[in-house]
Design a protein around this ligand. Structure first.
Ligand code: S3P
Length: 442
C-alpha cells in the first residue's frame, strides 16, 4: 500500500484569474490509452498523456504485466502492444495507488487472463466498493476474491472460460461498463451493458478508433469476444475535470477572464459547463476538432454573478467528478443550490458530500447534507482551515474558494492533487491564485 507525505495549501483571499492555459491531459482517456494500446496489435503512439500518479499507476502496472512502453516524454508514450494474449504474470501485486479507475478496469481486463494477479492500493482505494465490478464479472465466469466488505485486495485467478452476459447496470458507472467491455473481449459471444443514465463513453470511442467493432444502440453497448484492436495514434485532450476548477475560479473572482485550450468536450463529460451556465456563468465554447473520436475545443470563462439552482438529476453522471468545484460555485451564488440523486459522491476518493459540507461550513456557509446530495445556501466565504482528506478534487476546489473569501484558506491533505493534476499550484499561481504549498511529514 502507498501513502505519501502530506501537503498543505495556503491560499490568499481575493485576486482574479486571467490569461490562457492548457490543463493536463484527461485522466480517464489516459488510463484507457495505456490499457487498450497494451492489448492492441502493433504500436500505439499517445500524445498528451497525463503524467499524474493515477495514470502513471496504470502505466507501471502494464509494464509489470510485460508490456514495453517508451516514455512518458512530455506527454508522449510509445506502447508496443502485445496483443490480447500477450500479457504476462506480474511478479508482485499490482499497486494502483489512489486510482479507482485503474483497479476497476484492470479487474475486467485481467479476469480473462491465464495467470493470477492481485490488486492493491492506498488506504482510500482499499475502502472503495469493488463488488459493483466483481459481481457482474463473476456472472461471466470470472474468479475474483474481495474482502468480506467487498473491497481490495482483489485476488484474480484464471477463469475456466468467460462467457458474455447482457447486464443492466444498477448504478450509472463508466468504470463498471468499461470493465465489462474489456472482459467481453475475452469472453465467448456478445457482452452487452445497459446504463441507467449516460456515462462517459471514452472506452467505446477508443475501442472503435482502434478498429474494434462496438455496437451502440440507445443506452446499450456491446462487444464481441475475440475482437482484436489495432494500434494507432491517440491524442489525449486536456481534462475537463481539471479545467472545471478554473471555470469555477474565474466565475467567482471579479475581473477574471481565462482561456482554456484543447479541452475535451465529449458530451458525456460537459455536465459541469451546463450546470455552471444554468447558474449564470459566462462560458464560451469554441469547438476545434474531433481527434480519435473525442471532440476538443477552447473555453473562455469570465466572472459572472452566479445564482443557486436545483441541479437536474440527468446532469449528475455527466458532472460526477466536478461536484466539489460546483459546490464552491454554489457557496458563492445568490440563493440556494440543491443536489439530489448523487449518492455516488459518497464513495469517491472520499465521501465528497460529507467532506465538502464540513469544509464549506468551516468557511461560514450553511449546508444541509442528505444521503444522496445536499443543499447549499449561497453566502460570504470567510477564511479558515479546511481538510481535503486526501481527496485531490476537494483540495483544488477549496483552493479556488479563496478567490471569493475574505481571509486566507489553509487546506490540509492536498498531496493527492498529483493524482490528477501535477503542476496545479504553479499553473493556478500563474493565472492569479495566491496559492503556496508546503510538504509536511504525514
Ligand atoms: C471514471 C468514471 C467515474 C469517475 C471517475 C473516472 C472513468 O467513476 O468518477 O473519476 O474513467 O471511467 P464511476 O464509474 O464510479 O462513476
Amino acid at each position: 500500500m502507498t501513502d505519501s507525505p502530506d501537503r498543505q495549501f495556503t491560499v490568499q483571499p481575493g485576486g482574479a484569474l486571467r490569461g490562457r492555459l492548457r490543463v493536463p491531459g484527461d485522466k480517464s482517456i489516459s488510463h484507457r490509452a495505456v490499457m487498450l494500446g497494451a492489448i492492441a496489435d502493433g504500436e500505439t503512439r499517445v500524445e498528451g498523456f497525463l503524467e499524474g500518479d493515477d495514470a502513471m499507476a496504470t502505466l507501471a502496472a502494464m509494464r509489470a504485466l510485460g508490456v514495453p512502453v517508451e516514455g512518458p516524454d512530455d506527454g508522449r508514450l510509445l506502447i508496443h502492444g502485445v496483443g490480447p494474449h500477450g500479457l504476462k504474470a506480474p511478479s508482485a501485486p499490482l499497486d494502483l495507488g489512489n486510482s479507482g479507475t485503474s483497479m476497476r478496469l484492470f479487474c475486467g481486463l485481467l479476469a480473462g487472463q491465464a495467470f493470477a494477479t492481485e490488486l492493491v492500493g492506498d488506504a482510500s482505494l482499499m475502502r472503495r466498493p469493488m463488488r459493483r465490478v466483481t459481481e457482474p464479472l463473476a456472472r461471466m465466469g470470472a474468479r475474483i476474491q474481495t474482502t468480506e466488505a467487498g473491497t481490495a485486495p482483489l485476488r484474480i485467478t484464471p477463469a475456466t472460460s468467460l462467457h458474455g452476459i447482457d447486464y443492466a447496470m444498477p448504478v450509472a458507472s463508466a468504470q463498471v461498463k468499461s470493465a465489462l467491455l474489456l472482459a467481453g473481449l475475452y469472453a465467448e459471444g456478445e457482452t452487452a451493458v445497459s446504463e441507467p443514465a449516460v456515462t462517459r463513453d471514452h472506452t467505446e470511442r477508443m475501442l472503435a478508433s482502434l478498429g474494434c467493432p462496438v455496437a451502440v444502440a440507445g443506452s446499450r453497448v456491446a462487444v464481441q469476444g475475440g475482437a482484436r484492436l489495432t494500434g494507432g495514434a491517440i491524442k489525449v485532450p486536456a481534462d475537463i475535470s481539471s479545467a472545471a476548477f478554473f471555470l469555477v475560479g474565474a466565475s467567482i473572482a471579479d475581473g477574471s477572464e481565462l482561456v482554456l485550450d484543447d479541452v475535451g468536450l465529449n458530451p458525456s463529460r460537459i455536465g459541469v459547463i451546463e450546470i455552471l451556465r444554468r447558474m449564470g456563468a459566462s462560458i464560451d465554447i469554441e469547438p476545434a476538432s474531433t481527434e480519435g473520436g473525442e471532440p476538443i475545443g477552447r473555453l473562455t470563462v469570465r466572472s459572472a454573478a452566479l445564482r443557486g439552482i436545483d441541479i437536474p438529476r440527468e446532469l449528475v453522471p455527466l458532472a460526477i467528478d466536478e461536484f466539489p468545484a460546483i459546490f464552491v460555485a454554489a457557496a458563492c451564488a445568490r440563493g440556494e443550490t440543491v443536489l439530489a440523486g448523487a449518492e455516488e459522491l459518497r464513495v469517491k476518493e472520499s465521501d465528497r458530500i460529507a467532506v465538502m459540507a464540513e469544509g464549506l461550513s468551516a468557511l461560514g456557509i450553511t449546508v444541509e447534507t442528505r444521503p444522496d446530495g445536499l443543499r447549499i445556501e449561497g453566502g460570504s466565504l470567510t477564511g479558515g482551515r479546511v481538510q481535503a482528506q486526501g481527496d485531490h478534487r476537494i483540495a483544488m476546489a477549496f483552493a479556488m474558494a479563496a478567490l471569493a473569501a475574505d481571509a486566507p484558506i489553509d487546506i490540509t491533505g492536498c498531496a493527492e492533487v498529483d493524482t490528477s493534476f501535477p503542476g496545479f499550484v504553479d499553473m493556478a499561481a500563474a493565472a492569479g491564485l495566491g496559492i503556496t504549498a508546503r510538504e509536511v511529514s504525514a
